[in-house]
Ligand binder design. Structure first.
Ligand SMILES: O=C(O)CCC(=O)C(=O)O
Ligand SMILES: [Fe+2]
Length: 351
């Protein structure tokens, strides 16, 4: 299956360009929002992140992961879950959909028994002092820091456009509604590498590439290479997964849990996962080693103290308010506690 024939809608963002007519902009906003309501995932083409820039970002990511482990460990992810920056070797992070409360403690332990076979590197705004970046020494990968810092802000500019189109699409009178809460300092650029793994390990569920989960924030913009393996839960049939085939240079955009709350559930935060690539030519040798996969998600979130409460344009008699207001930082910490081991919490659970 190709992206053109998959059930994930494709939205041409040339229709949200400054040169587009008001009608083209309204139509684009409508298409984007319909996709977010019905599927929660959408391909965005003709956006502002250029093809060459993307190729360079994937090249840098490959250079990073080609480094020996001891060099990558010069920028380690701090222990615990409060700071989410730097390098996580395979097995450190386990994504899940658990909410992080006490009832989830057992579930969290069980989830850890099947590890995600991936390594990741997280980057944020240089001005976010709560989440300090963990850079490699410049001489280890000269130019990496400066490229990634620029790329981070380029992605942010595109995120602002997407949020504006969504604001219009969900009926807000001001298309800049999300700007004050999303100045960009709380976003997260993530470089992901899924190393080759025997296909049988994934088939027998001895390991996964990335387990099923939804994203927590406002929206996610994902760039994927041509390996394949990303799947979303069928919006019309729970438990069934459908492929999100690679579409060169497209952004795979999805709604996060926070935007779902903000929109009073009118937009969908769809569960997704990464598994075996769909076609046999992605395997090599007797062991059927899976081709490596590189992807670059960009998670867009509001400022930490932003209060998220259902938007008036998404509430009416038929759709009463579903969620109490929450502060983004409180919600994020609750979700993060499940993903990275917290030594204090683990002791408490097993005691
Ligand atoms: O690697 C991918 O394609 C998906 C990544 C993802 O879903 C995530 O990091 O939350
Ligand atoms: Fe995700």
């Amino acid at each position: 299956m190709t992206a053109e024939t998959s059930s994930i809608p494709i939205v041409d963002f040339a229709g949200w360009d400054t040169k587009a007519t008001p009608e083209q902009r309204r139509n684009t906003a409508k298409q984007l929002t319909e996709a977010c309501r019905n599927v929660g995932f959408v391909y965005i083409i003709n956006h502002n992140v250029g093809s060459e820039k993307l190729a360079q970002a994937f090249d840098w990511s490959k250079k990073l992961y080609d480094l020996p482990m001891e060099q990558k460990m010069l920028a380690p992810h701090p222990s615990g879950f409060t700071v989410h920056r730097g390098y996580s070797p395979p097995g450190l992070e386990k994504v899940s959909n658990a909410m992080g409360d006490e009832d989830d403690a057992e579930l969290t332990k069980k989830l850890r028994q099947i590890s995600d076979v991936k390594e990741s590197y997280e980057i944020g705004s240089e001005r976010n002092s709560d989440q300090p970046n963990q850079w490699l020494p410049e001489n280890v990968l000269p130019g990496f820091r400066s490229f990634m810092t620029d790329f981070y802000w380029e992605c942010h500019q595109t995120a602002e456009k997407i949020l504006s189109a969504m604001a219009l699409g969900i009926g807000l009178s001001d298309e800049n509604h999300f700007r004050p809460t999303h100045p960009g300092h709380n976003n997260q650029l993530r470089l992901l590498h899924y190393p080759p793994v025997p296909a049988a390990d994934i088939e027998k569920q001895l390991s996964t590439r990335m387990g099923a989960h939804s994203d927590w924030g406002s929206i996610t913009m994902l760039f994927q290479d041509d390996c394949g393996g990303l799947q979303i839960e069928n919006p019309h049939k729970s438990g069934e997964f459908i492929d999100v085939p690679p579409l060169k240079d497209a952004i795979v955009m999805n709604v996060g849990d926070l935007m779902m709350r903000w929109s009073n559930d009118s937009l969908k935060s769809t569960v997704h996962r990464v598994t075996l690539p769909p076609t046999q030519d992605r395997f090599t040798g007797d062991e059927r080693m899976t081709r490596a996969r590189y992807s670059i998600p960009y998670f867009v979130s509001p400022e930490g103290q932003s209060v998220v409460e259902c938007l008036p344009s998404c509430v009416d008699e038929k759709h009463p308010v579903k969620y109490k207001p929450i502060v983004w930082d409180d919600y994020r910490l609750m979700r993060a506690s499940v993903q990275y081991e917290n030594p204090a919490k683990e002791t408490a659970v097993s005691a």
